[in-house]
Design a protein around this ligand. Structure first.
Ligand code: GUN
Length: 279
């Protein structure tokens, strides 16, 4: 039976550390989350981010804009936040409505305030092995590995999924940590064989229960980034937990694994951005 990696507890520890460091500052780190439209899942995520930021003592604010907001209007809001000296972190919740070019919006955010780590300058810094602000979920995965005592150095790490938010930046972080990295995806010829080679397997594809226990090497570490709604309404990951736990050495549950780490890392990124800007 695999050991469970308790993301909820590890995230709580990180949030407490952020709160303790914030308490020693002469200012309150400022985080602004921008939500365009009324997507139900996005609204829940944004509320959770705002609450978590307030709980660690940040000056947190959510700007809610109508779904019909134009791209120039949104750009003007970002420009205002870039110029506001009290704002340390800017997060524009994705996805944006289809009439807005996501790339143009991300590029408009001051890279020093880009707590999502999505701006091309921050993406390039990570790709060049000199990470600055790093996307929250990949960073959370690396912290989970560290807290669970799993060292990526020299290990075969396979990332399932190549999204800009998780798969690509996570592969770069694993490479920076000296893992031997494989990125597998929907066009990979034999997904099961790629998975079986992995000492560390990270699933981030958004396909419920895709990874079977029979795809896993005995003793491997399994990190499940998936958050999928099952037909019965429960949340399930990209890994078939029941069969995986009998084979793996360590595994994250869904919920209570990677999810809580994402918000904790957002808070930590905001603190880093504030410290870098304000000295
Ligand atoms: N939507 C889903 N995940 C994320 C994230 O990490 N950041 C932002 N801004 N939007 C998201």
């Amino acid at each position: 039976m695999a050991r469970l990696i308790d993301g909820k507890a590890i995230a709580a520890t990180l949030r407490a550390e952020v709160a303790a460091r914030a308490a020693h500052l002469s200012y309150r780190p400022g985080l602004v989350v921008v939500l365009v439209g009324e997507d139900a899942a996005s609204s829940v995520y944004v509320r959770n981010k705002d609450r978590a930021a307030t709980a660690v003592g940040f000056d947190s604010r959510t700007i809610k804009l109508a779904a019909a907001t134009s791209e120039p209007e949104l750009l003007a809001v970002i420009e205002g936040l870039n110029n506001d000296q009290e704002v340390d972190g800017i997060l524009v919740q994705l996805p944006l409505p289809p009439h807005i070019a996501t790339e143009a919006i991300i590029r408009a955010i001051d890279p020093a305030k880009d707590v999502d780590g999505f701006h091309p300058e921050n993406v390039a810094a990570l790709a060049l092995g000199k990470p600055r602000l790093v996307p929250c979920t990949p960073r959370g995965v690396m912290l989970l590995l560290g807290a669970a005592g799993i060292d990526p150095r020299g290990a075969r790490a396979t990332v399932l999924g190549r999204s800009n938010i998780v798969g690509r930046p996570l592969a770069a972080l694993l490479l920076a940590a000296d893992a031997t990295v494989t990125i597998a995806h929907s066009r990979t010829r034999d997904l099961a064989a790629e998975c079986r080679r992995a000492d560390i397997l990270i699933a981030a594809v958004g396909r419920p229960g895709l990874v079977q226990g029979s795809w896993i090497a005995p003793g491997a570490t399994i990190i499940d980034v998936g958050i999928n709604r099952a037909p019965d309404g429960t949340l399930v990951g990209d890994v078939d937990f029941a069969s995986a736990i009998t084979v793996a050495g360590a595994i994250t549950p869904v919920p209570g694994g990677v999810g809580p780490m994402t918000i904790a890392c957002l808070l930590d990124n905001t603190l880093l951005a504030a410290a870098a800007r304000r000295g």
